[in-house]
Unconditional design. Structure first.
Length: 157
């Protein structure tokens, strides 16, 4: 049987395009596996959630702030999760967490990430509430109406 002619536009085995495709596949494989983290439990951990008995919003946020300062990510995520499942004001949790993001990172990445997460949070809450009107999709929920904390301006030295 004669060899199949190459497909027009397809990468030949030794071409730069072929090398690029091979490296993309290898990179995707390694990124997807993430060093075995795919099998790890996601946060919040059940054992951390079981430890939290507090229901008061201010006390939960205070405990979360302490956990972040102690670099205890498992506890901080459990506290924020409990805070949210109890229906407390999401804006207060975002306000707490953005302070750490912008003070610890020092780059615009944290501010952009904060904005993306807070906008997506508001978007998913509208969807889960079953709201379908265009007007409601264009405006944030009432709990997110308050002004975002001022973001610092970064100056390149």
């Amino acid at each position: 049987m004669p060899p199949t002619p190459p497909t027009p536009g397809a990468a030949s085995p030794g071409s730069a395009t072929s090398a690029t495709l091979r490296s993309l596949v290898a990179g995707a494989y390694h990124t997807g596996r993430a060093g075995g983290r795919a099998e790890q439990a996601t946060l919040p951990l059940a054992e951390e959630l079981e430890k939290i008995e507090e229901k008061d919003a201010a006390k939960l946020l205070s405990a979360c702030e302490a956990a972040v300062r102690e670099r205890n990510q498992a506890r901080a995520s459990a506290l924020v999760h409990r805070y949210g499942t109890l229906g407390h004001d999401p804006r207060a949790a975002f306000d707490l967490l953005v302070r750490f993001a912008i003070s610890e990172d020092g780059a615009l990445h944290a501010e952009k990430y904060y904005r993306t997460v807070s906008e997506e949070f508001a978007r998913t809450r509208r969807r889960s509430a079953g709201v379908s009107s265009l007007r409601s999709r264009a405006s944030p929920p009432a709990s997110m109406d308050r002004q975002r904390p001022a973001m610092p301006r970064h100056v390149n030295c």
